[in-house]
Design a protein around this ligand. Structure first.
Ligand code: COI
Length: 356
């Protein structure tokens, strides 16, 4: 790889859009920061990345990603801590997962140096876009897609790696209503469910749209063979407090190895709860509602952070979760994560990567 032999070339915007952003009402994904970073892959290697103004790009309508789906992404977050320093949360783990996605989709790996330098250089240029409000962050969206123009079905030989950044608030602004999906499938074992390829998300739109027509926000995917066991919720992993224990589906090739999922599992001991990663049947969740042993359900993800599940639809019945108590596990876990990122609690796991 001949990349990063010199400082990254920066072309700055003529006029920043920062003053047009209402930081008190960000929503999720509505604003993209002034700059982006772009690197091309050709002749078997990644080329020097460039920082340039965010904007439209000229692409061939024959580029292979549009036709055959070689397109993957990551989602991570940068925060300003209490001392005004900018940190990225667990970028090494996101980098590893991105390369897993690339491998599964027959796309070239991104070297760690290219990944980290791209993120840090871009964030430095748009440092003023990192929000400080409660629950807000600079969302980082690295993605790679096949840019080679050809109609034949083949593994592409040319790609683009781009990083966009976006100041965001919480993904869900109120408790989420989920429907246990018993007809459609997000991913089967052996498929691409464990990676962040674009097709996983596009394929989820139709069942989600049907669930939304029935008054739900999201679907809760179940296993592809029997629709008996819970997998994940597409935009987030799922966790329950059942019989006083933190319970979450064990990792399979059909569900995403979420970074927030992993962080909360690692924090569970210090939060005084026993954890179980295992198969969870829909019947067990329904029983938990009926006998009162299911006390909490929440989604966890980079975008979702820790999102309360308010109700779950199972076989046509809608079950309501009890109101979230101030000392609930989910609120304590959310606070602990935020405190670590903001520097109010020691980062004993070494998750905060400082941009210097
Ligand atoms: C994330 O949490 O970063 C995701 O990728 C979920 C969603 C925004 C697609």
């Amino acid at each position: 790889m001949s990349v990063l032999t010199a400082p990254i070339h920066i072309e700055r915007v003529k006029k920043s859009r920062l003053s047009t952003i209402d930081f008190s009402n960000l929503g999720f994904g509505n604003h993209i920061s002034d700059h982006m970073i772009v690197a091309d892959y050709k002749n078997g290697e990644w080329q020097e990345p460039k920082i340039m103004p965010y904007g439209d790009m000229m692409m061939s309508p024959a580029m292979l990603s549009i036709h055959y789906g070689q397109s993957i992404f990551e989602g991570m977050k940068a925060f300003k801590n209490k001392d005004g320093e900018i940190i990225i949360f667990r970028p090494e783990r996101h980098h590893k997962r991105m390369n897993k996605s690339l491998e599964r989709m027959c796309m070239p790996a991104i070297p760690e140096e290219l990944f980290m330098q791209s993120l840090t250089s871009l964030i430095k240029v748009d440092a003023d876009w990192v929000p400080t409000g409660e629950g807000s962050a600079l969302y980082l969206r690295p993605f790679v897609f096949a840019s080679e123009a050809k109609l034949g079905v083949k593994i592409a030989e040319e790609y683009k790696f781009i990083v966009l950044t976006s100041p965001v608030g919480p993904y869900f602004s109120k408790p989420v209503r989920v429907k246990v999906e018993e007809e459609f499938v997000r991913a089967a074992e052996g498929g691409t469910g464990f990676v962040k390829c674009a097709g996983n998300y596009g394929g989820a739109f139709y069942p989600t749209m049907l669930a939304q027509k029935q008054g739900f926000d999201q679907v809760l995917w179940t296993d592809s063979k029997e629709h008996k066991y819970i997998d994940e919720s597409g935009a987030m992993n799922i966790m329950f407090v059942l019989n006083g224990k933190l319970v979450t589906p064990r990792l399979l090739s059909s569900l995403l190895d979420g970074v927030t999922r992993d962080s909360i599992l690692k924090l569970s001991e210090s939060l005084g709860i026993e954890k179980e990663e295992r198969r969870i049947s829909v019947a067990e969740i329904e029983d938990g509602f009926k006998n009162g042993t299911l006390t909490e359900a929440f989604g966890v993800g980079t975008a979702a952070i820790v999102s309360t599940i308010g109700s779950i639809g199972i076989h046509g019945n809608v079950y309501e979760l009890p109101p979230v108590q101030p000392d609930s596990f989910q609120l304590r876990a959310k606070k602990k994560l935020s405190d670590i990122r903001k520097g109010h609690e020691p980062d004993v796991h070494g998750w905060n990567y400082f941009i210097s």
